[in-house]
Design a protein around this ligand. Structure first.
Ligand SMILES: [Zn+2]
Length: 100
């Protein structure tokens, strides 16, 4: 697959505290932030209002990206180029072998 550039829109994702519904869960830093649960690794977070501790597989706050849909992008130039769809060859483009 060749690379394709897409326009994206970043958006922040915050996790609102389940306990107080006001605070925001903030990821802890360092070794104390990592919780091993079986084969899963979770990241500890603490609410910045009520100090409730929770662990998530993802780190919050985070930034994600979503594609911005473009109307014509991906539709054009998708099939074969025009000159390979049976269009008659233009005069004057014939390659003449050189005699030496
Ligand atoms: Zn809270």
């Amino acid at each position: 697959m060749p690379e394709r550039r897409v326009e994206v829109r970043p958006f922040g994702v915050r996790y609102v505290c389940d306990a107080c519904k006001q605070g925001e869960m903030m990821a802890l830093a360092g070794a104390q932030a990592i919780v091993q649960e079986g084969d899963k690794v979770l990241i500890r977070h603490v609410c910045n209002v009520c100090r409730t501790l929770m662990a998530f597989p993802e780190k919050y706050p985070t930034v994600r990206y979503e594609d911005i849909p473009q109307q014509s992008f991906g539709q054009q130039n998708y099939g074969l180029p025009q000159n390979q769809q049976g269009a008659p060859q233009q005069p004057g483009t014939q390659v003449v072998p050189q005699n030496k």
